[in-house]
Design a protein around this ligand. Structure first.
Ligand code: GDP
Ligand code: MG
Length: 187
């Protein structure tokens, strides 16, 4: 079999969600492996980048706080605040209105370390995510649970064809999007 190197992808990713849901904290955990208890609130146009290798590709995430022309989005809510879940649904609607069907969208129920303060039931969020074609995980920027994993699953689902970055004449087998075989919460 011909050796085809891993694809090198670059993907713009945006985090959306209620103030205080933990967007900056998830990015800080993913990019720097850190958590701060009193995260200062954002920071104009924050920009970070981080590279992840998945089996068939190396993905460089460029993480922005605006949704314009993003390839991927993580909509974040705080599992201890029902309003933040309702806000998250509004963000999902907004994204759906933009009609970018190629966008990989994930729903993150953040602060899952605060189980004793939980207000949003896992199954409810999971069912909502299934109905809306979203990847879903409960995360904690504090303990790092599912933080790398959510970015990793997004990286796996990004469209592989990026003609501009492929050597001329090379034909890439375009794999169909793998539909959630990972078990997140529903099982
Ligand atoms: P943003 O407004 O969505 O960017 O939220 P921040 O990242 O600024 O986080 C808001 C607050 O929640 C900060 O005090 C964080 O320390 C805290 N926080 C963020 N993620 C978590 C988490 O997973 N668990 C806990 N316990 N606190 C978190
Ligand atoms: Mg922030």
């Amino acid at each position: 079999m011909a050796t085809v190197g891993k694809a090198n992808l670059s993907a713009k990713l945006v985090l959306l969600g209620d103030m205080g849901a933990g967007k900056s904290s998830l990015v800080l955990r993913f990019v720097k492996g850190q958590f701060v208890e009193f995260q200062e609130s954002t920071i104009g146009a924050a920009f970070f980048s981080q590279t992840l290798a998945v089996s068939d590709a190396t993905v460089k995430f460029e993480i922005w706080d605006t949704a314009v022309s993003a390839a991927a989005a993580i909509v974040v809510y705080d599992i201890t605040r029902m309003e933040s879940f309702e806000r998250a649904k509004k963000w999902v609607q907004e994204l759906q209105k933009q009609g970018n069907t190629n966008m990989v969208t994930a729903l993150a129920g953040n602060k899952c370390d605060l189980e004793e303060k939980r207000m949003v039931v896992t199954e409810e969020a999971c069912t909502y995510a299934d109905e809306n074609g979203l990847l879903f995980m409960e995360t904690s920027a504090k303990t790092a649970i599912n933080v790398n994993d959510i970015f990793y699953e997004i990286a796996r689902r990004l469209p592989r064809a990026q003609p501009a970055q492929q050597p001329a004449g090379m034909v890439l087998a375009d794999r169909p999007a793998e539909r959630s075989q990972i078990s997140t919460c529903c099982s």
